[in-house]
Design a protein around this ligand. Structure first.
Ligand SMILES: Nc1ncnc2c1ncn2[C@@H]1O[C@H](COP(=O)(O)OP(=O)(O)OP(=O)(O)O)[C@@H](O)[C@H]1O
Ligand SMILES: [Mg+2]
Length: 341
């Protein structure tokens, strides 16, 4: 592998109140975000709207409402100019399997505006970079999933774009391959690039990205620098306690009065409780004594991106359910007395 020397300038990507529908399905719902440069993680569960967002930015879908800009240009109106700035690694197979990797990547460079004489050496350069060796002369149909993902990355960077949209780049790769893929992405970002990585594999992003955008049901849930999102969990502690189930219930009830309890699993005579406490644990031990439970462990719970992701999605789903109930009060009184309220 050689170090690829991508050059470029950071560009600003914005989405302003963007709505995209597929028939009755609302895939993006009033989606507003300003994407900074660096590696930006686009996180969301299946069907959240990640790929739709990327396709709209590529100009492949025209929003029903709202506007998008890439370096000040609207991708729906100025697709040609915008596409030259972008490298795209689609979620699904996009490779022409009857070609070998050199021919495929050269071809993609050529259709991205490179002269063939430049595209051929550049194709070898990017294939070296992604770790495809002599196999590059074999038809892609014979490649493993991991090798195909590497070729998909190579074709996305062949024309040295300033922006990369990578839709699930580690899909189907084994753990080692995933680590290597994220390392490649980090190397690419060492120059001033905008790289948006859509994924639901949080581990991959936690190590590599600078900024996270969380999307759920087509709307923005939260965004921010990864350090700041994780810092919101500051003070999170885990308590492991044992006692009679009724005593553990009393303990938990008392804790809830004094602290923000984030999760609690009480199973038989054992409890695992996560709460926020930025002070020392004296008061918690006092509550334990009063409730006659034995605190076996009390330690800081390391916040992970998974905590943030699951926590924010839980809150968002609860908010959405509340809004739905409020919008259709009939649901609440189904089978009850109409006119009550
Ligand atoms: N071509 C299409 N026709 C109809 N509905 C679509 C189409 N593409 C996407 N959708 C729907 O739009 C919503 C958003 O889909 P999208 O593919 O953007 O989600 P995603 O976050 O990329 O999900 P995944 O993690 O599964 O890739 C989903 O409800 C999906 O079923
Ligand atoms: Mg997708």
């Amino acid at each position: 592998m050689t170090a690829v020397p991508p050059q470029g300038q950071a560009v600003t990507i914005t989405s302003n109140n963007v709505t995209v529908r597929y028939g009755k399905i609302l895939a993006l719902n009033d989606f507003t975000v300003k994407v900074p440069s660096g590696i930006v993680g686009l996180l969301g569960p299946n069907g959240a709207g990640k790929s739709t967002f990327i396709k709209a930015l590529l100009g492949l879908l025209r929003p029903d409402n709202g506007t998008m800009t890439i370096a000040g240009r609207d991708p729906s109106d100025d697709m040609g100019a915008v596409r030259d700035m972008i490298g795209y690694m689609p979620e699904h197979d996009c490779l022409i399997e009857s070609l070998n990797a050199v021919n495929l990547v050269t071809y993609m460079g050529h259709i991205s505006g490179m002269l063939k004489k430049d595209a051929i050496p550049r194709s070898h350069e990017v294939l070296d970079f992604v770790g495809i060796g002599e196999e590059r002369y074999r038809d892609i149909s014979s490649y493993s999933t991991g090798m195909k993902q590497r070729v998909k990355l190579a074709q996305a960077i062949v024309h040295d774009p300033a922006i990369l949209f990578l839709d699930e780049p580690t899909n189907g790769m084994d753990p080692q391959g995933r680590v290597e893929m994220m390392e490649l992405i980090k190397k690419i970002s060492d120059s001033d690039k905008s790289i948006m990585v859509s994924t639901h594999i949080l581990d991959d992003l936690e190590k590599a990205s600078d900024y996270i955008i969380i999307i759920n049901n087509g709307h923005l849930v939260t965004e921010g620098k990864i350090d700041e999102l994780l810092a919101k969990k500051e003070g999170q502690k885990m308590i492991k306690a044992v006692g009679q189930p009724s005593e553990l219930d009393v303990f938990l009830t008392s804790l809830k009065k004094a602290f923000e309890v984030r999760s609690a699993i009480v199973d038989g005579g054992q409890a695992s409780i996560v709460l926020i406490n930025k002070d020392d644990g004296n008061y918690i031990f006092k509550i334990g004594q009063e409730s006659q439970v034995q605190i076996r462990a009390y330690y800081p719970e390391r916040a992970s991106l998974e905590d943030v992701f699951i926590g924010t999605l839980d809150i968002d789903n609860a908010n959405e359910a509340e809004k739905t109930d409020a919008a259709s009060p009939g649901n609440k009184i189904e089978g009850g007395e109409p006119g009550v309220n």
